[in-house]
Design a binder for this molecule. Structure first.
Ligand code: PLP
Length: 439
C-alpha cells in the first residue's frame, strides 16, 4: 500500500492529556484533518505516485503560476515593498492598500456600497468560518445555545468540527432531481428550510457554499435571493462561502450573479486562484461584523500573512485578475471538468448504478454509487490501497437532520490534478465499484 499519511493522534490522547473542552472539540481527529494530512503528504511532501483525487488543492495553471512568479520578482526588485511585505505586521483587519483595492473592485463591478470598513482579511477562508461561526452561534450570554442552519446538505467538510459547542449545525436535506440516466441535482428544499427557521428559535445564521464543495452544485440566483430574503426576514445573516465563486477564482460554468447586502456575509479566498500557500481569506460584511473579525484576528493571530495580499493588490487595481480568471482559470477547469465527466462515462459500464451530480462549478465530481454496500469510508480505504485518494461522502453529512446514509453512498472526486491522474483514478474507481458489487 502506498504511504499516504502519518497517523493522526489517537482520540484518547486528548483525554490522556487532560485537554479542555476546547481541546476536546478541536484537538482530536476530524474529517478535515484526515483529508489535509493525506493531501499534504501526497502533494506538499513530493508525493509517492498516489492518484490524488482527494483534497481540494487547486491546480497549478502555467499562465497563472507565471503571474505569481512575476509578481514575486517585482516585489523582490522593490526593496521598500519587499521589506514591508516581509518585515512589517499588517493591521489585524488586513493590508490597507489591499482592502481599498478589494472594496473599489466590488463597488465598480457590482455596485455594492462597500469600503474598507466592510472587509476583513483572515488566514484563509477556513479561519473566516471558524471566527464567524463562533461569533454568531454557540453559547450566548443568556446561557442559550444558538446554531447554524445549512440549507442544502451535503456541505463543506471543513465546517463540520468548527463549532465550539455541541450540536452546532442544523442540516437540511436537499430535494433531489433525477436529470438523466446517470445524472442528478440537488435543490434547496424551501419548505423544509422555512419549517426549520419557523420552528427553531436557536438558529443564529444560515450558511451555504456557492459553488458547493463537495457537490459542484451552484444554487441558482433565485434560490440565493430567496434564502437571503428568508434569513433577512428573521433578522439572521446569510453567510455565502464564495471560495470557488465570482469574481475570483470564478470556477462557475454557467451564469450565477453574486449577491451582497448588509445582511449577507460573503467570504472569498485567494486559495483556489492558485495561492493556497498564502492563506488569505476575505470577509465582506456589515462594518460591525468585519470589525469583530479583525478584533478576533488580533487576539488569535495578531495579523494575517502579507504575501497573498501583496501579490494581488496591483492585479486587482489593474483588472489583470479578471483576465487571469476569464482567460485561464475558467477555461482550465471547464476542460478538466469535461474530461472527468467523459472519464466517468467511459469507465463505468452503462448498466452500472451510479449518478453524477450536475457539475456546475468548483473542482469536484460528486458521484452517487447507489449499489455501494460497504459505505464510503471502506470504499475509500479500498481505493487508497489501489493508489487512489478520494474523500468519502459521509464526511460531508454532519449536523442534525442530515442524510448520512445517502452521503455514505457518495464520494467526492477532484479533477484538479493532471489529466492522466484524473483519468486513471476514475478508471480505478469504476473498477473497484464494480468489483465491490460482485463481492
Ligand atoms: N470553503 C470551501 C467551500 C472550501 O472548499 C474551502 C477549501 O477547500 C474553504 C472554504 C477554505 O479554503 P481556504 O482556507 O484555503 O481559503
Amino acid at each position: 500500500m502506498p504511504h499516504v499519511s502519518k497517523p493522526l493522534p489517537a482520540p484518547q490522547d486528548a483525554e490522556a492529556m487532560k485537554f479542555s473542552e476546547f481541546g476536546r472539540l478541536l484537538a482530536g481527529p476530524s474529517g478535515i484533518g484526515e483529508l489535509m494530512e493525506d493531501l499534504g503528504h501526497a502533494l506538499a511532501a513530493g508525493g509517492t505516485g498516489i492518484r490524488m483525487l482527494g483534497g481540494g488543492n487547486p491546480a497549478i495553471i502555467p499562465a497563472v503560476a507565471d503571474c505569481w512568479r512575476r509578481r514575486m520578482r517585482e516585489l523582490g526588485d522593490d526593496p521598500a515593498a519587499f521589506d514591508r511585505m516581509m518585515a512589517v505586521y499588517d493591521p489585524p483587519r488586513g493590508n490597507p492598500q489591499f482592502l481599498d483595492a478589494m472594496a473599489a473592485m466590488l463597488r465598480a463591478k457590482y455596485g455594492w456600497p462597500v469600503d474598507a470598513s466592510h472587509l476583513a482579511v483572515t488566514s484563509g477562508g477556513q479561519t473566516a468560518f471558524f471566527l464567524l461561526f463562533n461569533l454568531l452561534a454557540g453559547r450566548q450570554p443568556d446561557g442559550t445555545v444558538r446554531r447554524v442552519l445549512l440549507p442544502l446538505t451535503p456541505e463543506y467538510i471543513g465546517y463540520a468540527n468548527q463549532g465550539l459547542s455541541e450540536d452546532f449545525f442544523v442540516s437540511i436535506r436537499p430535494r433531489i432531481e433525477f436529470t438523466g440516466a446517470h445524472s442528478f441535482k440537488y435543490h434547496v428544499d424551501f419548505a423544509a428550510v422555512e419549517e426549520a427557521l419557523a420552528g427553531d428559535p436557536s438558529i443564529a445564521a444560515v450558511c451555504v457554499s456557492r459553488p458547493t464543495n463537495p457537490t459542484g452544485n451552484v444554487i441558482s440566483d433565485d434560490e440565493l435571493v430567496r434564502l437571503s430574503g428568508l434569513a433577512r426576514s428573521r433578522g439572521l445573516p446569510l453567510i455565502v462561502d464564495n471560495a470557488y465563486g465570482i469574481p475570483f477564482p470564478g470556477i462557475v460554468f454557467g451564469a450565477a450573479a453574486p449577491l451582497w447586502n448588509p445582511d449577507t456575509i460573503l467570504t472569498l479566498s485567494l486559495s483556489k486562484l492558485g495561492l493556497p500557500g498564502t492563506r488569505t481569506g476575505i470577509v465582506v460584511a456589515r462594518p460591525e461584523i468585519a470589525a469583530a473579525v479583525a478584533a478576533m484576528t488580533a487576539i488569535t493571530g495578531l495579523a494575517n500573512g502579507t504575501i497573498g495580499q501583496a501579490i494581488l493588490t496591483p492585479l486587482i487595481a489593474s483588472g489583470e485578475i479578471d483576465r487571469l480568471v476569464a482567460d485561464h482559470i475558467v477555461p482550465f477547469y471547464r476542460r478538466k471538468a469535461a474530461l472527468a465527466r467523459e472519464a466517468v462515462a467511459a469507465h463505468f459500464p452503462a448498466g452500472s448504478d451510479y449518478l453524477v451530480h450536475a457539475n456546475e462549478g468548483a473542482l469536484f465530481l460528486w458521484i452517487w454509487l447507489r449499489g455501494l454496500r460497504c459505505g464510503s469510508s471502506e470504499f475509500s480505504q479500498r481505493l487508497k490501497s489501489r493508489g487512489v485518494l478520494v474523500v468519502p461522502g459521509r464526511f460531508f453529512a454532519f449536523g442534525s437532520g442530515c442524510d448520512r446514509s445517502h452521503a455514505d453512498q457518495c464520494i467526492r472526486v477532484s479533477y484538479a490534478m493532471d489529466d492522466d491522474t484524473v483519468r486513471d483514478g476514475i478508471r480505478l474507481i469504476a473498477e473497484e465499484y464494480e468489483a465491490s458489487r460482485s463481492r
